[in-house]
Design a protein around this ligand. Structure first.
Ligand SMILES: [Zn+2]
Length: 256
């Protein structure tokens, strides 16, 4: 199986002129799996010449706008491209009903769209098995800071944010999505081939120690702010003796 991972959007939360928000497409032979759908991702999908009809599933990490705001537009793109086959959307369990309702508000009625949308909830420990690919959902602490406000106002939010460990034919990569800290990834990093990790909520020296300890072969830093200090990052990596770190750009493809 030929597997590649393309960065459609490498921006941190603040929208930028030169990067769109979070979105990545995993290509396994001719099939596409979309991870996250932040602002601009549908355009980026077209810009980098992916085929909307080749999308098999969409997998969302969490409901911050920079990871999900383009989801309805992405579905509209599939619809306008002439899709007929069922679309599976994996969402954090807390988001299923709100997203269904939002789709109705946007007149994306299931009765109108010429394909069925099947929403599958992601929960702690969920495993998605797809044609030789296995995707493990790893609950992380990115949203934990909302604990007090959720309690105070009795909100329904469950603070579900997931990193995804993707395995196929003995190879493995992990897409961190957004984290509470680099410590969320723990033992999932051991002997990983590729770590695609956000740069906004981590401590870089600590991350470098962890990836060296866990024998991670390659690190791709993404979710990058406009003023991100690339030179500092590369020199810190060099000082730590870690040579296999790159900074993501929109359109970059990494082969697994
Ligand atoms: Zn984010």
């Amino acid at each position: 199986m030929n597997i590649s991972f393309t960065v459609l959007g490498s921006s941190a939360g603040m929208p930028q002129a030169s990067r769109v928000n979070s979105g990545y497409v995993l290509k396994a032979d001719s099939e596409l799996y979309q991870f996250d759908c932040g602002g601009g991702v549908s355009s980026s999908f077209r810009r980098f010449d992916f085929d909307p009809l080749a999308v098999r599933r969409i997998i969302i990490s969490h409901t911050h706008a920079d990871h999900i705001s383009d989801l309805p537009l992405f579905v509209q793109m599939l619809y306008l491209a002439g899709r007929k086959e069922t679309l599976i959307i994996h969402l954090p369990e807390e988001a299923i009903e709100p997203v269904k309702n939002y789709f109705s508000t946007l007149y994306l009625f299931s009765e109108k769209i010429p394909f069925k949308i099947e929403f599958i909830p992601i929960m702690k420990g969920s495993v998605i098995d797809i044609n030789g690919l296995t995707v493990h959902a790893i609950l992380n602490t990115h949203l934990i800071g909302y604990t007090d406000i959720i309690r105070e106002y009795g909100l329904a939010n469950k603070m579900q944010c997931f990193s995804y460990l993707i395995q196929a034919e003995g190879k493995s990569m992990l897409y961190s999505a957004d984290l509470g800290s680099e410590k969320d990834l723990g033992t999932f990093l051991t002997d990983l081939d590729i770590l695609v990790v956000e740069s906004t909520h981590i401590d870089l020296p600590s991350l470098l120690d962890i990836v060296i300890d866990h024998n991670v072969q390659k690190v791709v830093l993404t979710h990058t702010a406009e003023n991100y200090d690339t030179n500092r990052t590369l020199s810190l990596a060099q000082k730590s003796g870690y040579d296999n770190l790159i900074i993501a750009e929109d359109g970059m493809t990494i082969d697994l």
